[in-house]
Design a protein around this ligand. Structure first.
Ligand SMILES: *Cc1c(COP(=O)(O)O)cnc(C)c1O
Length: 429
């Protein structure tokens, strides 16, 4: 069993430990929900204040002072995290909307094909949009078990997958499935919402056609930060968005009667960019200039290894099951546990200073954002969960940790005040 002192020693030896200071996280908070909403970079406030100054000073002239280009310039800051050469990423709209645009774009690039392929258990927004696009375009949905993703048929227009499963943290083989799709002439559309910012990605090298992802998870862009989309250079001349707007026009200010798509990635835009949230995201991305994605992945896996080892020691005997795959190549940056009372445990864990989340019916997710999660956070989370998860043996002998008043059983203590449980709902992205 790894001791807390050993976890502290891991933090002391961690070259990334100093980065936690860049985020507004209380020292005693164990924040393991960065896979759902990243922590706030402290520089966002000054970045927004600078934007307010520009707005006050330049007024509408601000659009000529860099705002107009922001979807592209911020996209270029994300591109290296994706393994993408310049000119293939823009920041715009939400992940859901971008997914719609690229899914329809893919069907139009393969007009002779009749199926959209995906796997069971894909993220709800992707599934709903796949169904809807299939209905609009008269194609079939080929939803198959994950193990059969590589054997899609040659009627497939596009294979679309979420790289890291939001529930279990299981990770697909991105290069392997991309080439399997290409082998039958299909395109791939990857949803990288739970990957970007937590691991190196090689979209260009893998030959990926299309990708989308969130900016408010491991990229820390802030609640509702605009999402990004990637279109490989070779498709940019031909891809057609189903949501053309004046910003995607080749000459927006010509105010032409007929649509003519812009060259390059601007054709994936629709309307006016959300400058406040773009500027916050821009500031949040600065941290990636001082780390390598390889070092982030290394730490993320070490945090996961520690979590799984401690869970084996302390939690599996209490009826918890680790549902995240153990091999490094098969998991993302979260560890998920199953137990029947997961929904009840979550607010009680929050009352003990550990923020995680719950997915129905019985999954507890622990996001291990390597920029700010500490090894002691993992240790404390498992220990507090073990204390909560133990069968109740009576108020006097409950093994209550120091975070609860002495002598009060966690079962009867008033730890779940309404304020504490507010916002710990299970329906966040
Ligand atoms: C979080 C998440 C989304 C969220 O999409 P929004 O449009 O930002 O709400 C989409 N896809 C996946 C796989 C996600 O994990």
């Amino acid at each position: 069993m790894v001791s807390r002192a050993a976890a502290e020693a891991m933090d002391a030896a961690d070259p990334l430990a100093r980065l936690r200071r860049r985020f507004g996280l209380a020292d005693d908070l164990v924040y393991l929900d960065g896979n759902s909403l990243g922590a706030p970079p402290v520089t966002v406030a000054s970045a927004l204040a600078a934007l307010q100054d520009e707005w006050a000073r330049d007024l509408i002239g601000g659009w000529d002072g860099g705002w107009w280009e922001a979807p592209v310039t911020v996209g270029e800051k994300i591109a290296p995290l994706l393994g993408a050469a310049p000119g293939q990423v823009v920041v715009t709209d939400s992940t859901s909307v971008n997914f719609y645009k690229l899914l329809v774009g893919a069907l139009r690039l393969r007009p002779d094909r009749s199926a959209i392929a995906t796997v069971e258990g894909n993220f709800p927004t992707d599934r709903y949009l796949i169904e809807e696009v299939a209905r609009q375009w008269g194609v079939r949905v080929d939803e198959r078990p994950a193990a059969e993703a590589a054997s899609i048929g040659s009627d497939t227009a596009v294979l679309t997958l979420t790289h890291v499963d939001y529930r279990s943290g299981a990770m697909h083989d991105l290069p392997g499935l991309t080439s399997a799709a290409h082998d039958v002439g299909a395109l791939v559309l990857w949803d990288l919402s739970h990957s970007v910012g937590a691991m190196p990605l090689s979209l260009d090298a893998a030959g990926v056609d299309l990708a989308v992802g969130c900016s408010y998870k491991y990229l820390n862009g802030g609640p509702g930060a605009p999402a990004w989309c990637y279109v490989a250079h070779r498709h940019q001349g031909a891809i057609e968005s189903p949501l053309p707007g004046w910003l995607s026009h080749a000459e927006p200010f010509a105010m032409a009667d007929r649509f003519r798509p812009s060259a390059g990635m601007r054709r994936l835009l629709t309307g006016t960019p959300p400058m406040l949230s773009l500027r916050a995201l821009d500031a949040a991305l600065d941290v990636f200039a001082v780390v390598t994605m390889a070092s982030l992945r290394h730490k993320s896996l070490a945090l996961g290894d520690l979590f799984i080892a401690l869970a084996d020691d302390r939690l599996t005997g209490l009826g918890f099951a680790v549902i995240t795959p153990r091999p490094h190549g098969d998991r993302g940056s979260q560890v998920s546990l199953c137990r029947h009372d997961a929904a009840d445990l979550l607010p009680r864990l929050a009352a003990r200073g550990v923020i995680a989340d719950h997915r129905p019916p019985d999954v507890l997710r622990f996001g291990l954002a390597p920029l700010y999660v500490r090894f002691v956070d993992v240790w404390d989370a498992v220990e507090r969960l073990a204390t909560l998860g133990e069968p109740l043996v009576g108020a006097a002998d409950s093994g209550v940790g120091p975070e609860t008043s002495p002598g009060i059983s966690p079962e009867i203590s008033p730890e779940i005040s309404p304020e504490m449980s507010t916002g710990i709902s299970s329906d966040r992205p």
